[in-house]
Design a protein. Structure first.
Ligand code: ADP
Length: 695
């Protein structure tokens, strides 16, 4: 076949081959192989600019010894070689053997038998010079004919367009891959977002993150550690893919100890570790225990809440890898989603905690209040309001010293241990309060208990010992004295009778005191049953008044019982008649006892609306201060325990009266008869009226 025809056929074949070649490597390999054959060259090469365009790189060659390919693998743009010149100027350069060759291109190796002529042509693409293609020829007369030039240029053009096409193709492939990755990432992020929405606790958030993150990044393991409440330790909250021993080793990391992990978390920037060697360089032996587990690359992402590192997420790979921009963006987004979810989860927990605390504050029986540093009241719970009688809306915002008069006595204590009860006068009330409190940077919190009753009882009990021993000793010594006198002396009959009746009456007083004590203890134990029946209060009132008249000393008068107007015999009430009698006797006895200067003691019976009977015993005696009118019914309580008014008693009488009356379904109380204590007292008992019996 004609040489020209052969060349043409070969060129046609190349065209067909190039049409199929899509990758750059295939294109270059086909061009070089055909080039040698079509042009009869001894060597051929293709160089293209590096991605950043700083140098030219050899992408394929044929027919040169390896040493040449090494020298040409990277060609600086200022190298004194044909390729950079052709690339820069976009025109063909032909170098023939001879002195001129080295003069023009000193970096070029000396010509050889294989290279007498070197032809370097630009690869012209649509947007400019793509690169450079070169051919070496062995004969000095090579590349002289028009045909040679034509075919070489045709080859270069074919090559350029095939390279351009392959570049477009690979760009399209990359774009598609990027689009697919983006779609995958967005569906993944969507899933993470929806899973995170259901994660309520930090642990659940971490769990979602570790599992999704590992899957998303095509990684083999993942880890989340978070700072504990006091920020002292990084605690492992979720993990996947690590050995039990590694988990154990890093379960809790002391933040105070120097550690790269803690440093990175604080620096709040992600760290991309692409190989085990890099890891070994960055971390201490103990910390890269990862490596022993076969992990190579690690993405370490700090988790931030309000800009501060609160933990970290690691995604671990068993092979080295380059984290490209896409992957970094994905993992950083994951970490950011996680941080937001964590912030929400922490907030949830805090709110739940606060709600609990608020519920406790609402229900707790102790008064609790919080003060700021200036002593202003920030919290005042319902118990505080109940105990002090000061409602929250009055207390909040005020200084505690203006709310609790005498507060300084509490504040000067060390505040830590429960203190003795202190007395506070709030309005007309006297309160004994015991405080305990804690100070903290922003203020203090105090809890207090109302010990008023306990204290009163305690005081009364103490007084009782004194009173009771006095009460018992007085009659006892009288009995003892009388008995001794009777024993020793011959006495006139009259004196003997006197002493014997003294013994009898004092013994009665003694047994009365003992009865009271016994009855009180039976009432306390709930061991007393009352026989409530339909009874006649008028009859009982008359009997009691009569008995009072017999016992009353001179100077005390008991006028007839005043009764309701109308048919008095129809008035009946529900009560235990014996116990009602006992109550009234006690009230009348007290009225007499506490009227040292004499006066009248009036017993009255009235019908108090609705359906209640009222029996009152009024005196003109010592009176009872309004603030004490409730307390005198307490056990052992006496207004004058030191007996300054010389009147004895156990403080049990009224306590027993109240227990009995309440046991019968009634009420008992006392009113003053004038202003303050003047004018005496009026004790009253109210009982249910018996239902009327219809004939
Ligand atoms: P006591 O044995 O001391 O009389 P009570 O329980 O009967 O005990 O009464 C309690 C206290 O109430 C008395 O100590 C007294 O101070 C006061 N009291 C009771 N009745 C009267 C009264 N009619 N007038 C003034 N004070 C009274």
């Amino acid at each position: 076949m004609d040489a020209a025809l052969t060349r043409f056929a070969l060129l046609a074949e190349l065209t067909a081959q190039l049409a199929d070649a899509l990758s750059l490597e295939d294109v270059v390999a086909a061009v070089l192989a055909q080039g040698l054959e079509v042009l009869g060259a001894t060597g051929a090469f293709v160089v293209l600019p590096s991605p950043a365009g700083h140098e030219l790189r050899l992408v394929g060659y044929r027919g040169y010894p390896e040493i040449v390919s090494e020298r040409w693998s990277r060609i600086p743009l200022d190298a004194r070689l044909p390729a950079p010149v052709v690339y820069a100027e976009g025109r063909t350069v032909v170098v023939r053997a001879g002195a001129e060759r080295l003069q023009r291109f000193p970096d070029l190796a000396a010509e050889s038998d294989n290279e007498r002529v070197l032809v370097t042509l630009p690869l012209r693409g649509r947007g400019g010079t793509l690169g450079v293609i070169g051919f070496s020829f062995g004969g000095d007369d090579a590349w002289t004919t028009e045909q040679d030039i034509l075919y070489t240029e045709a080859l270069a053009d074919h090559c350029a367009s095939a390279i351009e096409r392959s570049q477009l193709f690979s760009e399209a492939v990359a774009a598609r891959a990027a689009a697919e990755r983006a779609a995958h990432r967005s569906s993944l992020l969507q899933r993470v977002t929806s899973d995170l929405a259901g994660a309520l606790t930090p642990k659940q958030v971490a769990g979602v993150l570790v599992h999704q993150g590992v899957a998303a990044a095509d990684a083999q393991a993942g880890w989340v550690s978070l700072l504990d409440r006091d920020g002292r330790k990084l605690e492992l909250v979720a993990e996947a893919g690590f050995s039990a021993s590694l988990v154990e080793q890093f379960r809790s990391i002391d933040v105070a100890r120097p550690s790269r992990l803690v440093e990175w978390m604080r620096a709040t920037e992600p760290v991309w570790i692409e190989s085990a060697d890099a890891l070994a360089e960055l971390m201490s032996e103990a910390e890269h225990a990862h490596r022993a587990e076969g992990f190579e690359a690690v993405a370490m992402l700090p988790l931030l809440v309000r800009g501060e590192g609160i933990g970290f997420l690691t995604i671990d790979f068993v092979t080295p890898r380059t984290f490209d921009a896409d992957e970094r963006a994905l993992l950083e987004t994951l970490a950011r989603l996680c941080s937001q979810a964590l912030e929400r989860a922490r907030l949830n927990e805090e709110l739940a905690g606060r709600a609990d605390a608020a519920a406790v504050l609402e229900r707790i029986g102790e008064g609790v209040f919080q003060l700021d540093r200036a002593g202003r009241i920030l919290i005042w719970n319902p118990a505080a309001a109940l105990i002090t009688g000061i409602p929250a809306e009055e207390a909040l915002g005020r200084l505690i010293v203006t709310v609790l008069d005498g507060w300084e006595r509490v504040a000067t204590g060390d505040g830590e241990r429960p203190r003795e009860a202190l007395r506070f006068d709030l309005g007309a009330r006297e309160l004994w309060l015991s405080f305990s409190g804690v100070q903290y940077a922003a203020g203090s919190v105090f809890a207090f208990r109302d010990l008023t009753e306990e204290r009163a009882l305690e005081e009364a009990r103490r007084d009782f010992v004194a009173t009771a021993s006095h009460e018992l000793r007085t009659p006892l010594s009288a009995v003892y004295g009388a008995a001794l006198t009777l024993l020793r002396r011959e006495l006139p009959e009259e004196r003997r009778t006197q002493l014997l009746s003294l013994i009898a009456s004092e013994s009665e007083r003694l047994s009365g005191i003992l009865d009271e004590l016994l009855l009180a203890s039976r009432l306390d134990a709930g061991a007393l049953t009352l026989q409530v029946s339909d009874c006649d209060p008028l009859l009982i009132a008359h009997e009691v008044a009569e008995l009072g008249r017999q016992r009353a000393p001179e100077g005390i008068e008991l006028p007839p019982v005043s009764v309701p107007v109308g048919d008095a015999s129809a008035v009946r009430c529900l009560a235990d008649p014996d116990r009602l009698r006992q109550v009234l006797i006690n009230l009348v006895d007290n009225a007499i006892k506490y009227s040292p200067d004499g006066g009248t003691v009036e017993v009255s019976v009235t019908v108090a609306a609705p359906g209640r009977l009222r029996i009152a015993v009024a005196d003109r005696g010592l009176g009872i201060p309004p603030a004490e009118r409730e307390r005198i019914f307490a056990k052992f309580y006496r207004l004058d325990p030191s007996l300054t008014r010389g009147v004895g008693g156990t403080g049990l009488g009224l306590y027993i009266c109240r227990s009995l009356v309440e046991g019968m379904g009634g009420r008992i109380g006392v009113d003053g008869r004038g202003v303050g204590m003047a004018g005496g007292s009026e004790f009253w008992v109210e009982l249910p009226l018996a239902p009327a019996v219809t004939a």
